[in-house]
Design a protein around this ligand. Sequence first.
Ligand code: NAD
Length: 489
Amino acid sequence: MSREQQVVARARKAFETGRSKSLDYRIMQLRNIQRLITERQKEISDAMRKDLNRSEVTTQMFETLGVEHEINLIVSKLKEWAAPRPVEKTVMTLTDTVYIQPEPLGVVLIIGAWNYPWALTLQPLIGAIAAGNAAVIKPSEVCVHTAKVMEDLLPLYIDKELYPVVNGGVPETQELLRQRFDHIFYTGSSMVGKLIMEAAAKHLTPVTLELGGKSPCYIDKNCDISTACRRITWGKYSNAGQICISPDYILCEASIQERVIAEVKKSIKDFYTDNPKTCPDYGRIINQRHFKRVMALLEGSTIAVGGETDESACYIAPTVLRDVKPDGKVMQEEIFGPLLPIVTVSGLDEAIKFINKKEKPLALYVFTHDNKVIQRVKEETSSGALLANDCLVHYSVSSLPFGGVGNSGMGHYHGKFSFDQLSHMRACLIKKLKMEGINSMRYPPHTLKKLGWARFFILKSGDMGRFGRRALISILAVVAAVVLQKCIF
Ligand code: NAD
């Protein structure tokens, strides 16, 4: 038996004890994660600095604060979310109890990403815990230090049998994927996402795939270009562009390209000084492999801003590329680094065509004063999320589902969406062994008369709804009485 097999078997055994289902137990585990974040902030931040040169303030602001917020929200709402959800009844089920009961799925595999490893591993985990599941946690091996801290700390705070951590690389992930899970929650590239889905199909395991892609950013010439560029600069160069919802490239008319370049340049200087390399708020590329991958994307491009690099430090300066050709190398795959290509278009029509020729993105950004432009982009394109006049911030809104569509992913999470995503919505209909007369309509022999009554009950029930529940019960009672007395069937 492999180590991974043993871990999954232990998690299943722990799930079968039923302890993960108690709401109090779920809440206790969630509070323990909150305690971990508070008590171990230093270890968390030190690892993040080593992995991505991220400062302690940035780690708290853009990583652990969001997790704490989600925990607070879930703890305050869990009883409500986990309760039976009554549903509308039909005339046929009027005297029954009809509801949806959210129930745990079982053992969930969570495969995290490295760019925001705490947020992208713990957020699915707290969703899994909230929904009453066991979860096997596989942090990304790419953020070496953080993965180790997670492996060391999580078992000290949460039930290590129900929520074990497995560290390792591709072979370990592949071995995990050979096991049977009740759900797989994967965050990472679309390419690996396909492998995950293939492995999941062998056990008919449902998946949530939080993937990436090229998120476009259209700047309308009639907008406050200065503010737009400040927000885009923040969205693009945070975490050195290693964010799944980073604006990947800009689409704008040629007449505003120089202005956009100048404004982005100004914002880079405002945020990261003249020398971003020495600025504590500017990150590094995660490793040499990704450094080389990002550098290779520069081939054939014209640099308008930045371009300085230091391979030994995995440093790439905030960089803007002008007059990028639609078929240029940098436009062929998600950049996931601090390069911002500008592709010029003749206007909104061409921008929409350009976007629609590519895979559906995770996020789509439009900057404009004109509501009609926003409306057109909304109606004529598709993406995981649409943002007008800002970048990234939808991620922090727990009442919005976070996830992709098409090539950018399937399923969604955050807030109640996490709870629902990792629950089974069980349909429950509880009848009494009474009112049998009304059922004779569905028992053989099937006659035209019965069909007539069935049509009345099924098709007219909508019309009857306006009389209200009490009136319906009275009508039903009368009909049932008639049925029983006269044996019309
Ligand atoms: P990746 O897909 O290469 O790796 C992530 C995980 O997959 C790791 O744990 C790794 O062990 C595993 N893995 C890699 N190759 C595998 C294989 N052949 N078989 C089985 N498992 C394998 O992720 P990456 O490229 O390092 O991450 C960047 C991508 O993730 C970008 O596309 C980005 O947009 C996306 N992303 C998406 C989100 C989101 O929330 N939608 C968040 C962060 C990153």
